[in-house]
Design a protein around this ligand. Structure first.
Ligand code: ZN
Length: 172
């Protein structure tokens, strides 16, 4: 048995089963092969089975070769560009603390150089300055959190500054 893909004059495609291809040619010449859809006897062989298989293979190759790989490439293409963008926040996270610390230490040094250390009398001195009982000047000193809070509540501008120990000794 041979299965042939046939096409009529109206471009209808149908299968024909014959004992052999010669059998098909013989039946066709005698007008015994006609289109099941329109009855047209102008039937020609459309595609041989091997060519059909070839086109199927080619179709699969195209499906495997072109369709998935561009999808993968387009999906992976943003990936290489995204990681370079990601290290930026990582760099910021790793670099900024050092820069912040440097800026903080610079500010602390500036403050220490330009303030008078009044030690534990800080709340008292700050209050005196605020109420005009003492000369206005920049002071620094020690205050408990409660004292600091009280000063702030009185409207006295104080800034809690956790001084590193290294700054306390040399400048006192
Ligand atoms: Zn037909």
């Amino acid at each position: 048995m041979k299965v042939l893909d046939l096409q009529c004059g109206q471009h209808h495609v149908f299968e024909g089963w014959f004992g052999s291809e010669d059998d098909f040619q013989s039946q066709r010449t005698r007008g015994l092969v006609s289109c099941p859809m329109c009855g047209d006897a102008q039937v020609t062989k459309k595609l041989s089975a091997p060519r059909l298989n070839l086109s199927t293979v080619r179709g699969e190759r195209e499906a495997h070769g072109t369709a998935p790989s561009p999808a993968v490439e387009s999906a992976s293409a943003p990936m290489p560009t995204t990681p370079p963008a990601l290290p930026t926040p990582q760099d910021v996270a790793s670099i900024e603390p050092a820069q912040l610390q440097a800026a903080f230490l610079t500010m602390v040094r500036h403050m220490v150089r330009n303030t008078q250390d009044v030690g534990h009398k800080f709340p008292e001195e700050a209050r005196k300055m605020h109420y005009g009982e003492a000369e206005q000047r920049n002071i620094r000193g020690h205050a408990t959190p409660e004292e600091t809070e009280a000063l702030i509540e009185e409207g006295i501008a104080v800034m809690p500054l956790p001084l590193p120990d290294v700054f306390k000794e040399p400048w006192q």
